[in-house]
Design a protein around this ligand. Structure first.
Ligand SMILES: C[S@@+](CC[C@H](N)C(=O)[O-])C[C@H]1O[C@@H](n2cnc3c(N)ncnc32)[C@H](O)[C@@H]1O
Length: 237
């Protein structure tokens, strides 16, 4: 496994992946990713035990790695994703990528469904800070985001349809219950992206068995990003 950020051959410069995105948004994303990486480097292995994980993570970004976020952005653009569900928003870093992509997809489609990113966060302080970050981006981002505060197993029950993409960036025990709520609202060809499916394979056992089992209606690929990134395409008969 490798991270694309560790490639020794010349890779596409990150700014190219986000061509057309305003400079102030790119600067903000750089700042937030740097803050997230710095925070994570200070978390010790012992901090991650099951007992106090929620407590340790209460004020942490744990943002999706930048190369993964850029991949998800590109994927959303490729499939024209306009209705996107984000399970686990934290301080709203990945949400910015999703909002930019949904807005661009809606603009390209010129009519039909509007851009909509349904974000989810149950920590009020995180939700408040996420809103500040989105505000810094401007209307193009804030207009698209529907942040649902509270337990996503409740907040995702209503007002959800035609989902093009689901980002599962949530505590592992929540992943399968979340998918089961969103799946009936997913369109044919919708994509589910799940973070860290190699690094956390044991904890994701139930989700991965569900996605990869016979008759699941998903085809699956494990992408070789750091700790793995699962791409599952929903193709019901
Ligand atoms: C890995 S972080 C999300 C990072 C974010 N996607 C990003 O890239 O910036 C997961 C988040 O899910 C939130 N969370 C955990 N359980 C939740 C639940 N039941 N309902 C809503 N949010 C939850 C946590 O508070 C945490 O902020």
């Amino acid at each position: 496994m490798f991270s694309t950020e560790q490639l020794t051959i010349p890779a596409v410069p990150p700014e190219n992946a986000m061509a057309g995105v305003p400079e102030h948004v790119l600067k903000l994303l750089n700042r937030l990713h740097a803050e997230s990486v710095e925070q994570e480097s200070k978390i010790s292995r012992d901090d991650f035990n099951e007992r106090n994980m929620a407590e340790v993570m209460r004020d942490k970004f744990i943002a999706l790695d930048r190369d993964k976020a850029q991949y998800v952005y590109a994927l959303c653009r490729a499939i024209g994703a306009r209705t996107i569900v984000e399970a686990g928003t934290s301080y709203g870093v990945s949400t910015i990528y999703l909002a930019l992509a949904a807005a661009a997809s809606a603009k390209a489609a010129d009519g039909g469904r509007p851009a909509r990113v349904i974000a989810t966060e149950h920590e009020p302080a995180k939700a408040a800070r996420a809103r500040e970050h989105w505000h810094e981006c401007g209307d193009a981002v804030t207009n698209v985001i529907d942040l649902r505060e509270g337990d996503l197993l409740e907040t995702l029950k209503e007002n959800l349809e035609d989902v093009d993409l689901l980002l599962l960036d949530i505590w592992t025990p929540m992943a399968l219950p979340t998918l089961k709520i969103v799946q009936p609202k997913m369109r044919h060809g919708a994509v589910v992206i799940t973070d860290n499916t190699v690094g956390s394979a044991k904890s994701y056992k139930d989700l991965l068995e569900y996605l990869r089992g016979p008759g699941s209606n998903f085809i699956n690929l494990t992408l070789p990003y750091n700790q793995g990134l699962e791409m599952s395409i929903y193709l019901p008969h």
